[in-house]
Design a protein around this ligand. Structure first.
Ligand code: DSN
Length: 478
């Protein structure tokens, strides 16, 4: 697509929007300016291509299509069928999956779909069988009561949030931590790395129905073959949430034991992180789970977002190009450059480094909380998010870490030298930031003071790199 086509399409679209609600058009312009002008280091964010973005802005948004391809609860779904079938086909090919379900609206939704399909397949109950066979009228109120007890309080073992796991892997405030009897595995207290023997010991003792692997803040690769061995030994079903690293799987950076798809019974993901697609979710499953995964809508999902499924198809088609493999490799290489940049400047990294797309900086050595560091960096145009570190003394709100990721700036074309400079700029901000006090003069975990001129200096140095690697080059809004 030529630059002038993209420029005129977006300029005209913004004019149409402005004719109804100019403030939304203005906020949309401003968002582009802000994203262009800052160092986006949030590990879960990226920049989707104009083709992906444009696909989301169509009349597919107006169609209801509950059900599955060829089996809808609404008339007139022939074009949605085309879109959903194509997205699923691309997903199966891209990941070598037996089955792909592209309807989930987000990662949490995808995980709920996976939980349901595991319960439906793995809990043994004559009532469940009747329900699955749609003989629900044969179930009495007493049968339903028994079934609720049988489905409830099943056991789930997932990675703890402060070790890098995700909320939906059994963390108490999330529904997964309430609907399941849950236990969590952490990382080795010394190395901060996954200790597979400790995971196995916990699994043997706890005997979970569901074992969840995957992470949102663990800066290392996981051996999914080992996780499957553990799951098999204790009779658990292995679910892998690859939301963060789906792009590294699609781009063949994670292969063999590090590719979850051949090892897990069921894999969930979002599509907008390292995979660089539209905001949404997806489930990849072994064939035995397919029928229950397909019940995702209306079991736990509302009507599919057909415009987003269309954009998933476009994004997956992009990810099947050789250029995406080169991109994914650069994401991992750049994370190493970023980590090296920190280590050579004396900073502390959780696990001592990275071998995926995440760098988790422990900011306690700068005398700061994650909250203070995140805010000070934002003042200098560096967009990150605070994150717990293992056994974090500051808890999940203030935290002691800042999580950084390379997918977005790699899309812009940043390479080794730029990521080394990014580390230099971040260290510059953090060594020049001091904790503030509360109004009463007590030490604060939130307020902070950035040294004079530091934010301006860093913003200027960032701008040089950002100008060299423009976001959506050629997109000029009139
Ligand atoms: N919010 C996502 C992240 O930032 O990792 C995970 O849900």
């Amino acid at each position: 697509m030529t630059d002038s086509l993209i420029s005129s399409a977006y300029s005209q679209a913004l004019e149409v929007i402005a004719s109804v609600e100019p403030r939304i058009a203005e906020a949309t312009r401003q968002e582009l300016a802000d994203q262009r002008g800052s160092l986006k280091l949030i590990a879960s964010e990226n920049y989707a291509s104009p083709a992906v973005l444009m696909t989301m802005g169509t009349w597919f948004s107006d169609k209801y299509a509950e059900g599955t391809v060829g089996h809808r609860f609404y008339a007139g779904c022939q074009n949605v069928d085309t879109v959903e079938a194509l997205a699923a086909e691309h997903a199966r090919e891209l990941f070598g999956a037996q089955y792909a379900y592209v309807q989930p609206h987000s990662g949490i939704d995808a995980n709920l779909v996976a939980f349901w399909s595991i319960l439906a397949n793995r809990v043994e109950s004559p009532y469940l069988q009747k329900m699955q066979a749609k003989n629900v009228n044969e179930l009495t109120e007493a049968d339903w009561e028994t079934l609720r007890h049988e489905l409830g309080n099943q056991r789930l073992l997932g990675m703890s949030l402060d070790a890098g796991g995700h909320l939906t892997h059994g963390f108490r405030p999330n529904i997964s931590g309430k609907m399941f009897h849950q236990q969590q595995y952490g990382t080795d207290p010394e190395t901060q790395l996954l200790d597979y023997d400790a995971v196995a010991a916990k699994a043997r003792e706890f005997k979970p129905l569901v074992m969840v692997a995957g992470y949102s803040a663990y800066p290392r690769r996981v051996n999914f073959a080992k996780m499957r061995e553990i799951a098999d030994e204790v009779g658990a079903t292995l679910m892998v949430d690859m939301a963060h690293f789906a792009g590294l799987v699609a781009g063949k950076v994670f292969t063999g034991d590090e590719d979850p798809v051949p090892h897990a019974h069921i894999v969930t993901t979002t599509t907008h992180k390292s995979l660089r697609g539209p905001r949404g979710g997806m489930v990849l499953a072994q064939e035995e789970f397919a029928a229950d995964v397909d019940r995702g809508c209306p079991m736990v999902l509302g009507g599919p977002l057909s415009h987003v499924m269309a954009a998933k198809a476009v994004a997956f088609a992009e990810a099947r190009q050789p250029s995406f493999q080169a991109y994914a490799q650069k994401v991992a290489d750049n994370a190493k450059s970023l980590a090296e940049g920190f280590l050579t400047r004396g900073a502390t990294l959780v696990t001592g480094g990275t071998d995926n797309h995440i760098v988790l900086l422990d900011v306690s050595s700068f005398g700061l909380t994650g909250r203070q560091a995140e805010s000070a960096l934002l003042d200098a145009g560096v967009v990150t998010n605070r994150n717990s570190v293992p056994a974090d003394p500051n808890g999940a709100w203030y935290t002691s870490g800042v999580r950084l990721g390379t997918p977005a700036l790699t899309t812009r074309g940043f390479g080794h030298d730029e990521f080394d400079t990014v580390a230099e700029l971040i260290v510059d901000v953090l060594i020049n930031t001091t904790p503030g006090t509360t109004k009463a003069g007590d030490p604060s975990k939130a307020s902070y003071v950035v040294g004079d001129g530091v934010a301006d200096r860093v913003t200027k140095q960032s701008a040089e790199m950002l100008d060299k690697h423009p976001l959506y080059p050629g997109l000029v809004l009139s």
